[in-house]
Write a protein that binds this ligand. Structure first.
Ligand SMILES: Cc1ncc(COP(=O)(O)O)c(C=O)c1O
Length: 376
């Protein structure tokens, strides 16, 4: 069997990683400012995280969701504490797209409706409903195009007010649009959605798969605004590389047996990894670090010539360049040995580093970026 060739690959073979650094099979060292798509939250191979997963592996690695699993309760309690959503309910699953599938399905179970409002440049995943709510026609096959989804411009309050009514099942929006190029929904816009959903009985879903878990200097990006959605989805940073995702659900939404379910979701190892991540976020005050280093990076980036616009919060940063961002990113990797991300539609370099990077890593990047922009 050979691999199904769906990914364009860099010619790099990582074999070791620690903190914000990766080493390849030739011993070359790279600075990782992308965290494998925002996944590495507490740093690669954090010793506490490794220890906790290893200890769990020696105890019990898996049983299905048919038995008592106190680790799930520990995780739910800790997540409630750190996020401030103490009274929400937690459903555990395995990936971002699955979290969004469950969120949308749950919304429809709750109000019985079908229509979804999503936003231009959104990305919610690659499966049925979540790809249906993703604003990229290339990602959807015909079979995905059967859902009732309308895409509105982000932050366009008038367009939203014209579309929202008693037929709308759910409104789904990213805390900050990531794949779409780092676009931030305004406080006013989120408040309008929240109030309208309340009025019309629609469910307000915040996709925090990329923007959550402390990345923006708050536990969730939407907490920079004063709204509390009905449903919040999480994934990437939650397991620091261990595949785990979840849905936080408003107390008014009642569960019933069989409504949602999964084989692997919430397994012992996923819980051990997720609890370790939250412990480290708390013990090392990584949310404050993300805010501080993010503020430093954003302020410094604004002084560099050749940059059109900086968008972002904390350590979720988009750098829209005057010259070709793809070429800059490619040179940063091949010559400066720095991993960054990219958003094609916006000619934007995306930074999604581990939350524990310091000023040293920020300065290495700033110096390398200036050099690269000047040499392109
Ligand atoms: C905002 C957002 N939602 C959902 C997803 C899908 O997550 P996954 O790839 O884990 O299915 C992504 C992935 O990039 C994302 O950025």
């Amino acid at each position: 069997m050979k691999l199904f060739d769906v990914y364009p690959l860099f010619n790099i073979t990582p074999v070791k990683a620690s903190g914000a650094y990766i080493w390849d099979d030739k011993g070359e060292k790279y600075l990782d400012l992308y965290g494998g798509h925002a996944v590495i939250s507490i740093g690669h191979s954090h010793p506490y995280y490794v220890q906790k997963i290893e200890e769990q592996l020696h105890q019990i690695a898996f049983y299905s969701n048919a038995v008592q699993m106190p680790l799930q309760e520990v995780l739910a309690k800790k997540l409630g504490h750190l996020s401030g959503y103490h009274d929400y309910q937690l459903f555990l699953c395995n990936s971002g797209t699955e979290a969004n599938e469950n969120a949308l399905k749950l919304a429809s179970f709750h109000n019985g409706r079908k229509k979804i409002i999503a936003f231009k440049d959104s990305f919610h995943g690659r499966t049925s409903l979540s790809v249906g709510a993703t604003d990229d026609a290339k990602l959807s096959a015909n079979i995905n195009k059967t859902h009732d989804v309308v895409f509105l411009p982000l932050n366009d309050i008038d367009a939203f007010e014209q579309e929202i009514n008693e037929e709308v099942c759910a409104v789904i929006v990213e805390g900050i649009q990531g794949v779409g190029g780092i676009n931030i929904p305004s406080n006013e816009f989120l408040k309008t959605i929240s109030q309208a959903c309340q009025k019309h009985g629609s469910m307000f879903i915040l996709d925090e798969v990329q923007s959550g878990y402390g990345r923006t200097g708050k536990f969730f990006a939407h907490q920079h605004s004063d709204v509390a959605p009905h449903i919040i989805t999480m994934a990437k940073g939650m397991g620091n590389g261990f595949p785990v995702a979840s849905v936080a659900i408003h107390p008014d939404i009642k569960a019933s047996h069989g409504m949602l379910g999964t084989t692997f979701g919430g397994n012992y190892l996923a819980c051990a990894a997720s609890i370790a991540v939250l412990d480290v976020i708390e013990q090392e005050d990584l949310i404050t670090n993300a805010e501080n280093i993010g503020n430093y990076l954003i302020a410094e980036l604004k002084t560099i010539s050749g940059i059109k616009e900086i968008r972002g919060q904390g350590l979720m940063i988009g750098i829209e360049t005057e010259k070709d961002a793809k070429a800059i990113r490619s040179k940063l990797l091949s010559e400066e040995k720095i991993f960054t991300g990219f958003s094609s539609g916006k000619n934007t370099i995306r930074l999604l580093p581990p939350l524990n990077i310091g000023i040293t890593e920020a300065d290495i990047f700033l110096k390398a970026l200036i050099k690269t922009i000047n040499h392109i």
